[in-house]
Design a protein around this ligand. Structure first.
Ligand code: ADP
Length: 438
């Protein structure tokens, strides 16, 4: 296929503009020649003639993806998945778009589903991002962690990509970043370096996002591990694997080792199937203490939505000795988050502060959902004209109106723990957020 062939196709189409197979062929040919912007126009033209045309939609999604328009890629693929929920190629593109759009949690989840459905799946970019989740599901648990499987990444985001969260950023800076930059000063004052940070709070409020950005901020490797993955996947030799995981992270120092759902290590969980054995907890604690190893340059960050399930032993000095409440973003924070999330999208004159005002209680993930919904509506409207209509304040407000904040439910549970199980004021931050008097 070359430019000549494209010209011939265009000529043929001039005579029969409604010929769908021909126009699709033109669109796909343009994409093959990396002319994604023109391909986008032609795929849209096909969709105007046949709105549910799957190949045209998928072509459009890929054309968007290659133009780095990840938000709309996601919207189109999600529509496609309604039509064909099991298509691996749709899911793969969705997963890659999530990743590039920095929707890490969604990308990770989508990736795990893909690998579960097809354990032989290989995709360089996703393997790179999710390392240890990518292994042969049939592998013998005793084999431990596959060297290859634990590939870390250097995140392309830093604190600038995190809206609000100033208090948590300051704490991380003091506890993690400054010690790395000023080792001698800390030594001079006899201040020990080390220990981890534990972030807790309602889901979707940026714990994972900030952990990634922390690694990016100091140009460190980032390894993210879901505890339940350790429990599920390597049952039988979890302690050995946990040790290997720490060893590999140490070898990559400076490295941020991020443990999501760290509460799954809690001894107080009633659901034992989801919970670790005592041995695994002890192993985790001794890795944190670094008794047999040097934890220099190893930065451990844990996150949990259910801190009350965690064993108090985790909170001793040198372990997770900074426990930070990550609250839903305040109005200023929401405005900053919206600003970050809308960067690069077709925007009219948008009054973000009024959108922020109307989204009380929304998490970062909620705000992302509002934007996705808004873009979906705009995209549908633009199919008929073929021209992207800029997003306006009213579009965002409309999308926000139908979305329910997801953080409230968490506070219903958290309030009880904060009121009745608030040992040594651990959850005072929750009470002051809720404006409850002690
Ligand atoms: P948590 O780990 O607290 O459950 P995440 O960090 O996974 O939440 O956040 C979900 C998504 O919301 C992230 O992928 C990110 O895109 C977005 N997000 C959340 N908080 C922020 C923030 N403060 N700034 C920018 N994006 C955010």
């Amino acid at each position: 296929m070359d430019q000549n062939a494209i010209n011939n196709l265009r000529e043929a189409l001039a005579h029969s503009p409604d010929n769908i197979p021909l126009r699709l062929h033109l669109a796909q040919s343009l994409a093959q020649l990396f002319q994604y912007q023109e391909a986008e126009q032609e795929f849209k033209a096909v969709l105007r003639l046949s709105p549910q045309h799957k190949d045209a939609k998928f072509g459009l999604a890929k054309a968007y993806f290659h133009q780095e328009k990840y938000g709309v890629t996601i919207v189109v693929i999600e529509e496609l998945l309604h039509l064909d929920p099991d298509a691996e190629n749709y899911k793969l593109l969705l997963c890659r778009a999530y990743l590039r759009n920095d929707n890490k949690a969604e990308a990770q989840q989508a990736f795990q589903e893909l690998v579960r459905a097809n354990p032989t799946l290989r995709d360089e970019e996703l393997d790179q991002a999710f390392r240890n989740f990518h292994f042969d599901a049939s592998a013998d648990a005793d084999d431990g962690i596959d060297e290859d499987a634990l590939r870390s990444s250097r995140p392309g985001i830093n604190f600038k990509h995190v809206g609000g969260m100033d208090r948590v950023k300051d704490e991380i800076s003091l506890k993690i970043i400054k010690p790395l930059e000023h080792k001698e000063l800390y030594a001079a004052y006899g201040k020990k370096i080390g220990g981890g940070i534990l972030m807790y709070g309602p889901p979707g409020c940026g714990k994972t996002h900030l952990a990634r950005a922390t690694a990016g901020e100091i140009n460190a490797e980032f390894i993210s591990v879901g505890i339940s993955d350790i429990l599920d996947m390597w049952i039988g030799s979890s302690e050995k694997n946990l040790h290997q995981l720490f060893e590999q992270a140490r070898a990559k120092a400076p490295c941020v080792l991020f443990f999501d759902e760290v509460d799954a290590l809690g001894a107080s969980r009633s659901d034992m199937r989801q919970s670790a054995g005592r041995q695994l907890i002890n192993q985790f604690l001794s890795e944190l203490d670094g008794v047999d190893a040097n934890n220099d340059g190893l930065l451990v960050i844990g996150a949990t939505n259910a801190p009350w399930h965690m064993d108090p032993a985790f909170r001793r000095p040198g372990r997770f000795d900074r426990i930070l409440f990550v609250e839903p973003p305040d109005q200023k924070g929401r405005e900053a988050i919206l600003q970050i999330m809308l960067a690069g999208k077709p925007l009219g004159k948008v009054d973000l502060s009024s959108v922020a005002k109307k989204t009380e209680g929304f998490s970062g993930a909620d705000l992302q959902a509002v934007i996705d919904r808004c873009i979906e509506d705009k995209l549908k409207a633009s199919f008929s004209t073929g021209i992207p209509d800029p997003i306006a304040t009213k579009d965002l407000l409309k999308a926000a109106k139908v979305h329910k904040a997801t953080t409230r439910e968490w506070f219903n549970t958290a309030r009880n723990y904060a009121l009745y199980a608030n040992e040594s004021g651990l959850y005072d931050d929750i009470l002051s957020y809720l404006k409850v008097k002690k």
